[in-house]
Design a protein around this ligand. Structure first.
Ligand SMILES: *Cc1c(COP(=O)(O)O)cnc(C)c1O
Length: 391
């Protein structure tokens, strides 16, 4: 079976995890800081905060943006649930933006349209979460210009864009959030990272990922509880605000450190595969076309194709089932989040035609570093047959 994505775990990754298991620390130990240091260096940000999922990263960033009840954040509807849910987890409301029908990305036009539409609902927007869908990077400079005019804080959902040069440096955003789930660029099982250049926000997110606890003498508010004869009581800790257990274990940081060394090689192989697909699938246009990737660096997290199922006289379900029968796994990224029952109930019906147009045509086909060229040819020739062509 060729899945649409999968991890690449090698012998040195296994050795790194085994060494961590033999060490004194299974959870918070020295490898957390080491992973954060290396992640920050690789992304170009001043700080990286590790946590135990991309969703936790998005939630910590939303807390870092001081979102809470009464606030509203813009999220493009063509994304994974977590981009929106992380906003709701703070008590803030989501206002869904439309996306470009071909790239699936939040654009200047759809961002401005969403801000204007939100005004009609009398909702001032405090934050927005551009999503680098499939690994294609949103035009952050333009989005940041718009955000600045309206006093909107930006968090990049970069879960599809780990390893892309400049993503995570936060030149145009306050936070960038990454996931190390097995289908993403590198794998730690579960895992996530927030990057930022805001030192105070990084320190606060580190507290929030561990129950909101503080230990240091200078951070304690209740001197009568925490001190005895002018000295800090050794057991005493305080919780000035509520947090979670979002800690990333040392075992997984060991895997993260090992995997991080490989991200350039992994992306290069993804690029080779994508170029091979481009060439092999070209004859299937216009019924089947790769989603446009633009000219900027691309994370190639997913290889998405846009298919005119009607023209092919089929449906996406039949098409996917036929691929599955040939042992080819595919997935739809994504069903627009504003059409989920929870959000429909909460915010009512909205029509976002760009997202609908993208959703109705998209399909992610297998793309991961350990695929062979033969695997790629097999997927391409199976797609060709389904499109009524032989290549
Ligand atoms: C994977 C993903 C997430 C969530 O990451 P987890 O590590 O699975 O919690 C959020 N947003 C996008 C776009 C993702 O692809």
């Amino acid at each position: 079976m060729l899945p649409y994505g999968r991890q690449t775990i090698e012998d040195d990754d296994l050795a790194a995890v085994a060494a961590a298991l033999r060490s004194d620390f299974l959870t918070t130990g020295p490898l957390v800081e080491e992973f954060e240091k290396q992640f920050a260096a690789a992304s170009g940000a001043a700080h990286a905060v590790a946590c135990n999922s991309g969703t936790a990263a998005l939630h910590l960033a939303a807390m870092g943006s001081r979102l809470g009840p009464g606030d509203t954040a813009i999220v493009p509807t063509l994304t994974f649930l977590a981009s929106a849910n992380a906003i709701r987890m703070t008590g803030a409301e989501v206002f869904f933006a439309d996306v470009d029908p071909d790239s699936g990305l939040l654009t200047e036009a759809t961002f401005e349209e969403a801000i204007a539409a939100a005004e009609k609902y009398r909702r001032a927007i405090k934050a927005a979460v551009p999503v680098h869908l499939n690994g294609r990077i949103c035009d952050m400079r333009s989005l940041a210009n718009i955000a600045k005019k309206h006093g909107i804080a930006l968090t990049e959902d970069a879960c599809h864009a780990l390893g892309v040069p400049s993503v995570g440096a936060n030149e145009y955003s306050d936070f960038a959030c990454f996931s190390t789930h097995p289908v993403k660029a590198i794998a730690t099982g579960e895992g996530g990272v927030v990057t930022t250049n805001d030192k105070a926000a990084a320190q606060r997110m580190r507290k929030l990922r561990s129950h909101g606890m503080v230990h240091a003498a200078e951070e304690l508010q209740q001197r009568d509880e925490g001190f005895e004869n002018g000295e800090k009581r050794p057991w005493y800790y305080e919780m000035p605000e509520i947090g979670w257990n979002y800690r990333m274990p040392d075992i997984l940081c060991a895997l993260g450190i090992s995997q991080l060394k490989k991200v350039d090689r992994f992306i290069k192989r993804r690029e080779e595969i994508a170029r091979l697909y481009d060439r092999l699938l070209a004859p299937l246009a216009p019924a089947l076309k790769p989603a446009p990737r633009g000219n900027d660096p691309h994370g190639l997290h997913l290889y998405a194709v846009l298919i005119d199922f009607e023209q092919l006289g089929t449906t996406r379900s039949k098409f996917m089932n036929a691929l599955r029968a040939a042992n080819i796994g595919t997935q739809v990224h994504y069903f627009p989040v504003h059409r989920q029952p929870y959000y429909r109930d909460r915010y009512g019906e909205r029509t976002l035609p760009g997202a609908d147009a993208y959703y109705s045509r998209c399909l992610s086909i297998p793309l991961y570093p350990s695929m062979t060229d033969e695997d790629v040819s097999f997927v391409a020739s199976t797609l060709s047959k389904l499109c009524g062509k032989e290549i």
